[in-house]
Write a protein that binds this ligand. Structure first.
Ligand SMILES: Cc1cc2nc3c(=O)[nH]c(=O)nc-3n(C[C@H](O)[C@H](O)[C@H](O)COP(=O)(O)OP(=O)(O)OC[C@H]3O[C@@H](n4cnc5c(N)ncnc54)[C@H](O)[C@@H]3O)c2cc1C
Length: 311
């Protein structure tokens, strides 16, 4: 890296609810703060039209609107928000060094809030009906399918948990899995089998999501026989996992086997002075309000770290 040009007490990488909340708390705590937001700041919530479970909004809030409010709040309070991605991070010595937009930055503490991406099947019909019946988040959208039949695609713990969660609202839940056995834990499999609202469809994959303006059915194919099957469902939940955005810190911070940043309960990573918040370290909840809460914790811990002289 070239010579240092910009120093901040706290650098936040990522612009979802975790990153913006961290920046808000960092500046409110009196630290000079920069937030690297990537080329399109806002994170995963930019992909959704209606958020009904973020506290403080009586009516549904559009994802882009919520994120633009967070950006404006962080900027108004004095955080420098850059629409750039961090391309390199040297976390081996303090001050930490980051490269972004061809410039070098240094920071006394770094908060990694780079988020995660829900994995999708990647078919054109899935893309067409995303947000119109096809969802990546049962906790977020299950409520909209009260009394209806829905399907969940996947066979791991998240798919099993989503299927069980959806039985609170849906009349029936089909769990579609491409293999003849689920990967979900034994305990979850027992729960699935004991739930009369759940039908597990083994050896099938979705071929096509169909409908007009909204999803009305999913065409499946039996992977062993090739036989078709059609599920008349207005809701399909894709639960085949998430990919945490940890490329930048691979080999620099301890990651778990799925690639998530390992933190303690106070958001500290394996490197003193580097904290992580949000979906990048959250293997379980993956909700905006949880990410925001972790961002708050990370900023408070980063402030303490700086005040204690990095000890
Ligand atoms: C379709 C959909 C609907 C959802 N609906 C809801 C809902 O209704 N309610 C709810 O609570 N949750 C919902 N969620 C989940 C919620 O969006 C996430 O839990 C939350 O956004 C996680 O926030 P985060 O700050 O950890 O990361 P993210 O939102 O993933 O944001 C991380 C940001 O960091 C950026 N970034 C990554 N690497 C770099 C880098 N090197 N430099 C700079 N920037 C970088 C990314 O581009 C991204 O913009 C939904 C998710 C999806 C996909």
């Amino acid at each position: 890296m070239t010579e240092q040009t910009n120093h901040y007490e706290i650098a936040v990488i990522g612009s979802g609810p975790a990153g913006f909340t961290a920046a808000i708390y960092a500046v409110r705590g009196g630290a000079s703060t920069v937030l690297f937001g990537g080329v399109a700041p806002g994170g995963q919530l930019l992909q959704t039209m209606e958020i009904e479970n973020y506290p403080g909004f009586v009516d549904p809030v559009v994802g882009a609107d919520l994120m633009s409010r967070m950006l404006k709040q962080a900027s108004r309070l004095g955080a420098r928000v850059l629409q750039e991605s961090v391309s390199e991070a040297d976390l081996s010595a303090r001050p930490f060094r980051l490269k972004s937009g061809g410039k070098d930055y240094t920071a006394d503490a770094v908060i990694v809030a780079t988020g995660a991406q829900a994995r999708w099947l990647g078919t054109p019909s899935e893309e067409k009906f995303k947000g119109k019946g096809v969802s990546g988040c049962a906790t977020c959208d299950g409520f909209f399918f009260r009394g209806k039949e829905v399907c969940v695609v996947g066979g791991g713990d998240s798919a099993a948990e989503d299927a069980l969660f959806l039985t609170k609202f849906a009349a029936k839940v089909y769990l579609v899995h491409r293999r003849d056995k689920l990967r979900a834990s034994f305990r979850l499999q027992e729960k699935l089998k004991a739930n009369p609202k759940i039908e597990i469809i083994y050896d099938h994959v979705p071929e096509e999501f169909t409908g007009d303006a909204k999803l009305t059915a999913v065409n499946l194919k039996n992977v062993k026989t090739g036989a078709p099957r059609r599920l008349e469902v207005p809701g399909a939940f894709i639960a085949i996992g998430h990919t945490p955005a940890t490329e930048l810190v691979k080999g620099k911070l301890a990651l778990d086997e799925a690639g998530y940043i390992v933190t303690d309960e106070r958001t500290a990573t394996s490197v003193p002075g580097v904290f992580a918040a949000g979906d990048v370290m959250d293997t379980h909840y993956k909700q905006a309000v949880v990410a925001a809460g972790a961002g708050c914790k990370a900023a408070m811990e980063a402030l303490l770290f700086i005040e204690s002289g990095g000890k």
